[in-house]
Design a protein around this ligand. Sequence first.
Ligand code: SAH
Length: 223
Amino acid sequence: MSNGPEAPVPSEELAERKMRFLFTLRSRGVTDARVLTAMERVDRGLFVRGIFADRAYEDMPLPIACGQTISQPSVVGLMTQALQVNPRDTVLEVGTGSGYQAAILAHLCRRVYTVDRYRRLVREAADLFRQMDIANITTITADGSFGLPDQAPFDRIIVTAAAEDPPGPLLEQLKPGGIMVVPVGQSDTLQSLIKVTRTEKGFDYEELRPVRFVPLVEGLGSE
Ligand code: SAH
């Protein structure tokens, strides 16, 4: 896709935008040093194409292919922070979208499995990971509401599409002590970001903040 007729952004202007990007993340509550470093290393500009490329360093969700969205950077930061990822963790992401969230997680843990219901999004994200020399992400086209039984259990699970309830198979695929972050609620209303911790006895639920995500949809997409 072309970036349109606009003149390329000069490099000082780009550096300035990236600085402001990190400043905004901090001011919106992303304070974990490891998360900030990972977000500094992953250039969001690579994940946004076409007419919106120019807005990649603004703190807003933007349209991507297949009618989906790349999440707002501060929400990506807050979700990553809530996930409390350790360097040896295996993480499942449901909702690859652009691949931005997965690329950030890849800097923080041992392996990321990322699943999307659109073949096209999975292919384009995989191409980007290769270009960026990120080798610890496994991309899979599937309905992620069922998780990945063959790769389970996971230390951490992040769902980046809204479910009416945390999907049962995902809860089952969480290790004891594991954490899942998932937006919950109807797709056309405000949803709540929920942090689920698996304990010895069951699950603890904590409501973090209101969010707005595209819905978790059954089955595979058409593209
Ligand atoms: N994490 C992404 C943003 C995801 S947008 C990023 O960093 O860019 C939500 C994504 O969830 C969409 O790409 C959508 O196709 C996907 N999705 C929705 N329902 C799904 C399901 N049941 N299984 C897998 N992916 C799903």
